[in-house]
Design a protein around this ligand. Structure first.
Ligand SMILES: C[S@@+](CC[C@H](N)C(=O)[O-])C[C@H]1O[C@@H](n2cnc3c(N)ncnc32)[C@H](O)[C@@H]1O
Ligand code: SF4
Length: 373
């Protein structure tokens, strides 16, 4: 079991909160696609012996690619990897790219196994979208979802952001109601995070935007958890909710520590021994690949790092952390450390540690307090 992630490092416009790697100049798009094809060749042995079960085009904005470019990329992957068992092929798309013609073109990719759209909606209200500096309008988001559904895609996920200063609880509730009305089987929802070196950070520092109200964000997270549960979704990971059977296979494999290969600038790869990450710069990436050199840095993981990653990722999921799988000494250590944690924040049954709704509010802190050295 393994996955391939392809990072498409281009966006039409920079959202003010975003610190993912992308360029707003599409000048090098053709050269990038050529380099990507070469990178697929150069990394052909990374997942040797593994069955490929997911392909994920993320970004940046993969929906800026043409159908033909995606076909070229997937055909190249198929030269070196066995796609017979491919379960899930996701493409992240921004609503403004999903014109009727583009959806028709993307629908042709079903023959290549494409079966899942991830649409970056963020909010169904223009005030929030404007605050975030999104390119699209609320109406475009609604229209794009309906069009994608009409084109026969029922495996859809959308991204929503809460905790923006423009968002009150009532509006947040309305956003969720829209999800339920549209019968969207999966959502990923994140609290607005002020990332370093973003326009949002500068805006807040200059006093041009209110800072994020942590209390309000916590209330909206609570509303999110309650509402999703009430409507039959499982919170299978802190920020991910799905109807039964609609879990994202690709992301779930990340959290379960499966191997994955990341292609494109800034993409990360993991082979259960080491992590590596590509250079986050389109020009340097293209130049290096053209010289047949893979532009990555790598970190070999120590045993403690492997256990700590398992603690961090498992605790975020509904399956929890099986502490007996952390090694006998480590399991004892984790049990000792649990004494420092509020007992209303977790349950421990048959050695499986699972966070409660309350605990999920502090997941990262709880995980960090259980880390071993
Ligand atoms: C990096 S984008 C890539 C997909 C696509 N370009 C889009 O904008 O939807 C993936 C998702 O990360 C989330 N995201 C990125 N930066 C964030 C931030 N600072 N705070 C909260 N969510 C963020 C957004 O919900 C976004 O949809
Ligand atoms: S959120 Fe998506 S569209 Fe906006 S800048 Fe980031 S990657 Fe690009």
């Amino acid at each position: 079991m393994a996955g391939i992630y392809i990072h498409i490092p281009f966006c039409k416009q920079a959202c003010h909160y975003c610190n993912f790697y992308f360029s707003t100049s599409l000048r090098n798009k053709d050269k990038f696609v050529e380099a990507l094809l070469k990178e697929i060749e150069l990394t052909k042995d990374y997942l040797a012996g593994e069955q490929l079960d997911t392909i994920y085009f993320g970004g940046g904005t993969p929906s800026l690619l043409e159908k033909e470019e995606i076909i070229k990329i997937v055909d190249k992957i198929a030269v070196y990897h066995n796609l017979n068992q491919l379960q899930e092929f996701t493409l992240e798309a921004n609503p403004d790219d999903l014109s009727p013609d583009k959806i028709k073109a993307f629908a042709e990719l079903k023959k290549w196994g494409f079966n899942r759209f991830s649409i970056g909606v963020q909010s169904f209200f223009d005030e929030d979208l404007q605050y975030m500096n999104r390119v699209h309008k609320a109406q475009e988001a609604l229209d794009s979802i309906k069009r994608v559904q009409d084109a026969g895609f029922e495996n859809i996920t959308i991204d929503l952001i809460y905790g923006t200063p423009t968002m009150n609880n009532e509006r947040w509730q309305k956003n969720l109601d829209t999800v339920f009305q549209l019968n969207i089987p999966h959502i990923s929802s994140y609290a607005l995070t002020v990332e370093p070196k973003t326009f949002l950070e500068r805006k807040i520092k200059r006093g041009e935007s209110k800072p994020v109200d942590e209390e309000q964000a916590a209330q909206q997270f609570k509303i999110l958890m309650d509402q999703m549960r009430k409507h039959g979704y499982r919170q299978y990971e802190i920020s991910n909710f799905a109807k039964p059977g609609k879990y994202a296979v690709h992301n779930t494999n990340y959290w379960r520590g499966k191997k994955y290969l990341g292609l494109g600038p800034s993409a990360h790869s993991f082979n259960q021994t080491a992590r590596r990450w590509n250079i986050a710069n389109n020009i340097s990436y293209i130049e290096s690949i053209n010289k047949a050199q893979l532009p990555f840095e790598e970190e070999i993981l120590t045993e403690a790092q492997k256990v700590n990653e398992k603690i961090m990722t498992s605790l975020r999921t509904m399956w929890g952390l099986n502490i007996s799988e952390c090694g006998i000494n480590n399991a004892a250590l984790i049990k000792n450390k649990l004494i420092t944690i509020n007992p209303t924040h977790y349950s421990l049954i048959n050695d499986v540690l699972i966070l409660t709704d309350e605990g999920r509010m502090f997941a990262d802190g709880i995980a960090a307090s259980l880390f071993i050295e």
